[in-house]
Design a protein around this ligand. Structure first.
Ligand code: GAF
Length: 358
């Protein structure tokens, strides 16, 4: 996937600018296996990169001007460094934000951006775009940028240029993940380990058909509710709370349910990493199913169309695997983990198309 996309970016760059690019970079999207809405509570998450992502063909140019082509939208942007904010949040915000936040720009550049992530699916096209821009800037300037630095600049871009108070899971998975490996990431100190998925497991993603819309307000509200819960419990973050603390706390019902999800989801992430280490697909699947129920009932970020897809997949997969919503919620993609030999049956019985992650 990435090789074809990079070729496409190089070809479109040459068509648009009349010269070959100096380089082409690629950054993937991500799917989260478990650990949802816990990154901004300093919790543990288990994402992995997908094969699709963002490719940028780039070349340095005279002066300080940036010329950026978003080939998939048929749109262009040009700006000088330091860039100002666009009037509205769109792809320009992420490109300009990364130029500003990464501190990696060393002169003008031309970039041509193209991607193959399904839009509105919650597979982190924005983190993919930001990290790809960071990689292009680093290559062009010859400056070193570690994956953690790129991820942190991408997170600042989301916060300050797109007004989404996201955690750092997506950016870390995109910048430091490895294909075929789940990343057990501690969002408190950004320590992580990579865990190869068994060859006889399949990880697939399918669209719910509900495009994630204007949900940034809901997302930021969930984060505020978690922070309110932590304050009421007298802890720095919900990472430090136990189920017993939450049950005994006297929190109002809504805040209590949000906190219960987070505390239990962190425990589920640890248990899922253990199950992965034992290649225990049944245990892993059971954790995914519980995770989905918690997001639906306690955290209230699923929607009926997503629940229906999860149930449809689950009815075929049975006990040997699991399905759940993935990402921020309110639509978007569903992830399923199952025995690889049963993937054909899942496709036949549901008539759905799947992105193969592993
Ligand atoms: C979105 C956010 F960007 C992530 O930081 C994370 O909170 C996720 O929703 C939910 O787990 O993808």
């Amino acid at each position: 996937m990435s090789a074809e996309l990079k070729d496409k970016a190089a070809r479109l760059f040459a068509e648009r600018f009349g010269t070959d690019p100096e380089g082409v970079v690629f950054a993937p999207g991500r799917v989260n296996l478990i650990g949802e809405h816990v990154d901004y509570n300093e919790g543990l998450v288990l994402p992995m990169p997908v094969r699709e992502g963002t490719a940028i063909a780039w070349a340095r140019s005279e002066g300080t001007e940036f010329e950026v082509v978003a080939a998939d939208f048929g749109e262009e942007d040009s700006f000088a460094v330091p860039p100002g904010k666009p009037d509205e949040v769109d792809w320009r915000s992420y490109v300009r934000g990364m130029v500003a936040e990464s501190g990696l720009a060393a002169g003008g550049m031309r970039m041509l951006v193209t991607g193959d992530l399904p839009r509105g699916s919650g597979l982190s096209s924005s983190a993919s775009l930001c990290v790809a821009v960071g990689c292009a800037l680093a290559e062009a300037s010859g400056r070193e940028a570690s994956p953690v630095e790129l991820a942190q600049a991408a997170q600042r871009t989301e916060h300050q240029w797109a007004e989404v108070a996201c955690g750092i899971m997506d950016q870390m998975a995109v910048a430091a993940g490895e294909p075929g490996h789940a990343m057990l990431l501690d969002c408190r100190d950004l320590g992580f380990s990579l865990h190869r998925l068994p060859e006889d497991w399949a990880v697939v993603v399918t669209e719910s058909g509900v495009t994630r819309g204007l949900i940034d307000g809901e997302y930021n509200a969930r984060r505020a509710q978690c922070e309110a819960a932590a304050r009421a419990l007298g802890v720095a973050s919900l990472r430090d709370a136990s189920m017993a603390d939450v049950e005994a706390s006297g929190l109002d019902d809504l805040t209590r349910r949000r906190a219960l999800h987070v505390v239990d989801e962190i425990a589920r992430t640890r248990a899922a990493a253990d199950a992965l280490g034992r290649s225990d697909l049944a245990a892993f699947g059971a954790i995914l199913r519980k995770g989905h129920a918690s997001l639906r009932d306690l955290f209230e970020v699923s929607v009926p169309a997503v629940d229906a897809v999860v149930e449809e997949l689950q009815s075929v997969i049975g006990a040997q695997g699991g399905a759940r919503m993935t990402g921020g919620g309110f639509g978007g993609a569903v992830v399923a983990v199952l025995a690889a030999e049963r993937l054909g049956e899942l496709e036949r019985q549901t008539g759905r198309s799947f992105l193969r992650v592993h």
